[in-house]
Design a protein around this ligand. Structure first.
Ligand code: ZN
Length: 87
């Protein structure tokens, strides 16, 4: 495992970094390029269909927020332990 690898962000503008970050689905730190990042909090905003993840970097110790917008829907019924409400 090469967990200490960093993405080379040198020479990139913040806009390019954000673009690369989004294209990678947010696997590296947008500040230092480290892959040693961790989601430490998630929450959703009221009715905008936006989910947010608070992410932090172990290497530079900065944190940021990923925003996820609703991009699809899964209509499978997900009963979570409820009695079969198939009446
Ligand atoms: Zn970092």
């Amino acid at each position: 495992m090469e967990t200490n690898q960093k993405k080379d962000l040198s020479g990139l503008t913040q806009e390019q970094i954000v673009k690369a970050y989004l294209q990678s689905s947010g696997v590296f730190c947008p500040f230092c390029g480290s892959y040693r990042i961790e989601v430490y909090d998630t929450y959703t905003t009221s009715d905008e269909g936006i989910a947010c993840e608070k992410v932090r970097c172990y290497d530079c110790e900065r944190s940021w927020t990923d925003n996820y917008t609703l991009t699809g829907v899964d209509l499978e019924d997900e009963d979570e332990g409820d009695e079969d409400a198939d009446s």
